[in-house]
Write a protein that binds this ligand. Structure first.
Ligand SMILES: Nc1ncnc2c1ncn2[C@@H]1O[C@H](COP(=O)(O)OP(=O)(O)OP(=O)(O)O)[C@@H](O)[C@H]1O
Length: 245
């Protein structure tokens, strides 16, 4: 068991954003959280990260209550959040600041991690000199440099062009497979969720649907089984929109 969410609710003032969420995320699982804008996806991810502790209910990581951010959970946001005055390597190295290892060891670890993401030629570049896709790779490198077992991503590819997004999706799948990560990705893109995840959580304040996707990777949009699952997820959204109207 990796993350355990029990009876979790969250309000902003009078507004209930998450209502009685129950969800177990298993070790090594790839879970996508989808739902219409404002349904609480980012709020839930921030809670999983330990960035927001103002909720009711229970959140456990490996059976232990989450009480803040933790080196065992790396986080990637939609915007890369790199410091413009630091090089790529120094941005990634910041994540190791508190680790009791030598500067040389830190540098070696940073370079190894950057190389795994194809960034070996950009180690000493500044963020403004690299593309949006590269910057998101750096953000992933920063999230993983501590070798956390859990990677949490909030709309990590939605600001990228379609080709770059496709590449990064494949790289994320490779990282998940090769490193045995537990991945939770928030996305508004049903197709992205269906292409990547083993389970898709449709959120609408509560868990509206938990959809397993048992298709092997790489998944093809042209596969009829993929189309069926995609359409089922899409139907949940139409349902939401009908209710909203
Ligand atoms: N700090 C805050 N204070 C007050 N309300 C907030 C705060 N953060 C989020 N909300 C509200 O909570 C609701 C859920 O927000 P959240 O960002 O989790 O949704 P989301 O599903 O991620 O949306 P989107 O897909 O548009 O990013 C929204 O109505 C939002 O306006």
């Amino acid at each position: 068991m990796s993350l355990t969410i029990q009876k979790l609710s969250k309000t902003f003032g009078p507004r209930r954003v998450l209502d009685n969420i129950n969800l177990d995320i298993h070790d090594g699982e790839f879970v996508a959280i989808v739902g219409k804008s404002g349904c609480g996806k980012s709020t839930l991810l921030r809670i999983l990260a330990g960035l927001d502790r103002d909720y009711t209910g229970t959140l456990l990581h490996d059976g232990v209550p989450v009480d803040g951010t933790d080196l065992r959970r790396g986080v990637v946001f939609q915007d890369h959040r790199l410091y413009p005055w630091l090089t790529v390597a120094d941005n990634v190295g910041l994540a190791l600041a508190e680790l009791p290892i030598s500067a040389a060891e830190k540098r070696a670890r940073v370079i190894e991690r950057l190389a795994k993401l194809g960034l070996q030629d950009y180690i000493d570049a500044y963020p403004k000199a690299i593309s949006g896709g590269m910057a998101q790779r750096v953000a992933i490198a920063r999230a993983l440099v501590n070798r956390p077992p859990v990677l949490l991503l909030d709309e990590p590819f939605s600001a990228l062009d379609a080709i770059t997004r496709g590449r990064l999706q494949q790289e994320l799948l490779a990282l998940w497979r090769d490193e045995g990560l537990t991945v939770v990705i928030v996305t508004h893109d049903i197709e992205e969720a269906a292409l990547l995840a083993q389970r898709v959580v449709v959120l609408d304040q509560h868990v509206k649907r938990l959809q397993p996707i048992d298709l092997p990777h790489p998944r093809r949009r042209s596969d009829p089984a993929f189309g069926l699952l995609h359409d089922r997820l899409l139907a949940d959204f139409h349902d939401d929109l009908a209710h909203a109207a």
